[in-house]
Design a protein around this ligand. Sequence first.
Ligand code: ADP
Length: 213
Amino acid sequence: MIPIELSSRQMLIMDIVRENEPITSEQIADKLNLTRSALRPDLAVLTMIGILEARPRVGYFFTGKVPKNLISERISELKVDKIKAVPVVIKEDTSVYDAIVTLFLTDVGTLFVTQGDGNLSGLVSRKDLLKIVLGNADIHKIPIGIIMTRMPNIITVTPEESAYDAARKIVDHQVDALPVVKVTQEENQEKYKIVGKVTKTTITKLFVEMGKV
Ligand code: ADP
């Protein structure tokens, strides 16, 4: 793939062709209030790198081939804040039994845990819960606080980080979900207020969205 930066006019032309294909150079020029000759260099670039295809006497088509750097640019600029989902949060004193019921009722795979103050103290995954059930413990009595993965061992992401950063963390740390946190200072201590989550589903949805032509 050619690492090339498209100009904003070239991006605009790409969008126009995508939405109106087949479209002639006169029609594109009309839409942009340009002359055909002013448009020619941009059309030549877009055709050469394979984004557009020109068919004689028909017009220009969009090939669906978006340069790799456009995708990487988009996922690096897109903020976690824009893609984050709503987290399911329980309290540390919730029983393992109630946590499992919550998991089913809310149709999620990871539950985030606080002490009731909105600050992240831990999380539990499906397998954490399966493990404790296999051990024949009294799941009505055991609180989540005892079995959860606890701060500071939680991999988090902030709203300002990119979609790419979040996906990278999920892959590198082999986890299903990341809490989105805002870091605050309370009584000289760093607190992590939970404001969302990014999961493998969030990333898959984004992938589908970006793959739409
Ligand atoms: P599952 O256990 O259902 O396969 P995960 O792969 O997400 O789900 O979890 C694997 C282990 O990592 C679990 O013990 C879980 O508590 C822990 N874990 C999950 N998410 C995180 C995270 N963001 N940071 C740190 N540990 C995590």
